[in-house]
Design a binder for this molecule. Structure first.
Ligand SMILES: Cc1cc2nc3c(=O)[nH]c(=O)nc-3n(C[C@H](O)[C@H](O)[C@H](O)COP(=O)(O)OP(=O)(O)OC[C@H]3O[C@@H](n4cnc5c(N)ncnc54)[C@H](O)[C@@H]3O)c2cc1C
Length: 285
């Protein structure tokens, strides 16, 4: 039997867009308002919907990467390029999409020192091109790229650093009136959480965890452990009525997952995800 085609069942396709607006949301966040005719065919799944962005090189994009290609096709075209010519690829969250208006927003955290994606976003100008891989309606699993899957749960805990604040906003937009959510938000500057979380929402119990110069993800790991010690057993006893979601630095979130499962939480009741990799930290270790 031939090998299966990678990403053959992905509902994602490539959208060629341009920057229409660039707004400074907070000290370290920019919102890029993107537009393109193809966005009429974007499936606005909301929540923590993950998209891939492919950054332009100095000469734009190779001709083989074009609007409308399926994920299987664009990845094959990307892999066929010489390594030095492959556009840099990164993951972002797209909870705010309006296919009728052919618009999509990305909120980019400008971390320091910047990598290619945050440097691109910091310098982006109106009219700059971008390729975004995201879902098309009816093309497959409508939850593809979505990890917030709480089922019937109304007792919730959500932990995030800045990179996951856009996902937190997408998640909060879907909460029902009965939901009660504990939020643990790590940031160097809590002002960066303000655009994403309504502090006056009575359904939310928000704790801001300051990074205070510590490595990213470490304060959230500590806060998550403290939450697990105090509330984990009760949350585990709540079964399907409880759901947890945490995203931060990869190694720290893996450690946090172990702590959450150690207090008895079911593996399907808590989603944990690495949103970035602390390469400097690994080099120091
Ligand atoms: C599913 C998913 C959704 C995401 N959604 C968003 C989103 O909506 N908005 C957003 O801003 N980010 C989001 N991220 C995180 C983003 O993909 C990473 O931060 C990515 O590494 C940024 O790429 P870069 O090219 O700027 O830096 P990279 O080239 O990846 O990294 C360069 C250097 O910067 C360091 N670095 C990377 N990220 C950070 C950070 N956050 N803090 C400190 N140092 C860092 C690395 O250790 C490395 O040394 C998401 C990630 C995932 C997996």
């Amino acid at each position: 039997m031939p090998d299966p085609v990678p990403f053959a069942d992905s509902p994602n396709r490539l959208f060629a867009v341009t920057v229409e607006r660039r707004v400074r949301l907070s000290p370290a966040f920019v919102r890029l308002g993107l537009t393109g005719p193809g966005l009429a065919a974007f499936a606005p799944a909301g929540r923590d919907l993950r998209v891939k962005i492919l950054l332009p090189g100095p000469d734009g994009y190779p001709a083989t990467l074009a609007d409308g290609l399926t994920e299987a096709a664009w990845r094959a075209a990307w892999r066929a390029l010489p390594v030095a010519e492959r556009p840099v690829m990164r993951s972002y969250t797209a909870p705010r999409a309006d296919p009728d208006a052919r618009r999509l927003d990305l909120d980019v955290y400008l971390h320091e020192p910047a990598g290619p994606a945050s440097a691109w976003a910091a310098a982006a100008r109106v009219g700059d091109p971008l390729l975004v891989s995201g879902p098309a309606p009816g093309a497959g699993d409508p939850d593809h790229g979505v990890q917030w899957l709480p089922g019937p749960a109304t007792r919730l805990v959500v932990g995030a650093d800045e990179t996951a604040f856009p996902a937190v906003a997408g998640i909060l937009a879907t909460l029902g009136p009965d939901a009660r959510a504990t939020l643990l938000l790590e940031a160097a500057d809590p002002a960066d959480a303000a655009p994403f979380v309504d502090a006056d929402d009575p359904r939310l119990d928000v704790t801001h965890v300051r990074r205070d110069g510590r490595p990213g993800g470490v304060p959230l790991l500590e806060a998550g452990r403290a939450w697990a010690e105090r509330h984990g057993a009760g949350a585990a006893a709540a079964g399907a009525a409880f759901y947890g979601w945490f995203a931060t630095e990869s190694a720290r979130v893996a450690e946090l997952r172990r702590a959450l499962l150690a207090v008895g939480l079911g593996a399907d009741r808590v989603h944990t995800q690495g949103y970035w990799i602390d390469r400097e930290g690994r080099a120091r270790a």
